[in-house]
Design a binder for this molecule. Structure first.
Ligand SMILES: [Zn+2]
Length: 297
């Protein structure tokens, strides 16, 4: 009965394919987390246990008296960010560095507050994954109502879009800050990066159109006829964020700045407010990194 043989062979083959497919679906390829991390600090590389390193990150990144669920969200974001830095090989001989402007802040966690230690322990091994890889879990201190879309600074990621953030002047110290510059200083600072700008007229005519993105932050400003990005202006005038207003009054240029940090990903003060309102760390992470999955090994 050749017909029945062919049918049986076909069935067997289909079964094998189905099993292979199921296996791929049910057991995604997954490496265990590294046990240690190579930390670059003051030009030296030290290898230390991952979870011990994370205690030092959370201690350096978030006040210990923040809500326990906010500390746990920070621990998971930091663990994920560590894996992301390691995977992206941004340092030749180390996984991460202790400079918050490059990787994330770190200090010796030996004397860390028990609340910080507990947040790391209670989330041990947990991290956020997107598309099979550790997510780029950027975080910052505080936002001005909405977080920044990653596309505005480093290029887009589906889980780093602008979302609401509940902190305000009541929940964040120094939420609104000011920076003042004399017309001379203002002009020279801008000319240092854009020599073609024209500041020959009266100072009150130097401020042109200011364009904001959907999160309310300055994307571009025309000053002295030249275009400057909000990110560049933040850097040039040491502003705490790109959520600022600019006016010329009483003979000085005055920036009024809201929030602190680049604004992308989790707002630490926002996480603290969410936790105080009853959100657990999973809800906080799902809010600030929508579409990522929490992996628990
Ligand atoms: Zn680094």
């Amino acid at each position: 009965m050749p017909g029945r043989c062919i049918f049986a062979a076909f069935l067997a083959l289909a079964l094998v394919f189905a099993m292979l497919w199921m296996e791929r679906r049910l057991v995604p390829p997954e490496e265990p987390l590294p046990e240690t991390v190579r930390l670059l600090r003051d030009g030296e590389v030290t290898e230390l246990p991952l979870e011990q390193y994370l205690v030092g990150v959370v201690a350096a990144e978030m006040p210990a008296d923040f809500e326990p669920e906010a500390l746990k969200a920070q621990a998971v974001a930091a663990r994920t960010y560590t894996l992301y830095c390691r995977d992206s090989k941004r340092h030749a001989d180390a996984d991460v560095c202790a400079d918050y402007r490059c990787c994330q802040a770190w200090r010796d966690g030996a004397e860390a507050d028990p609340r910080v230690r507990r947040a790391v322990e209670e989330t041990a091994g947990e991290y956020l994954r997107f598309d099979g890889q550790a997510a780029f879990t950027a975080f910052h201190s505080s936002s001005a109502g909405f977080t920044e879309d990653c596309a505005a600074i480093w290029g887009g990621a589906p889980y780093l879009v602008s979302v609401s953030s509940p902190e305000n002047a009541d929940s964040v110290p120094n939420y609104v800050t000011h920076a003042e510059r004399s017309p001379l200083d203002f002009r020279d600072t801008l000319l240092s990066v854009s020599p073609d700008a024209d500041f020959t007229g009266a100072p009150e005519t130097w401020i042109g159109k200011i364009t904001r993105d959907a999160s309310g932050r300055v994307s571009e400003a025309v000053l002295g006829g030249a275009v400057f990005t909000g990110v560049k202006l933040r850097e040039l005038f040491s502003l705490r964020s790109t959520a600022f207003g600019l006016a010329y009054e009483d003979g000085v240029f005055r920036f009024t700045v809201v929030g602190f940090g680049h604004g992308v990903g989790m707002s630490q003060y926002g996480a603290n407010v969410m936790a105080a309102q009853g959100a657990d760390y999973r809800a906080i992470l799902a809010h600030y990194y929508p579409g990522t999955e929490l992996v628990s090994l």
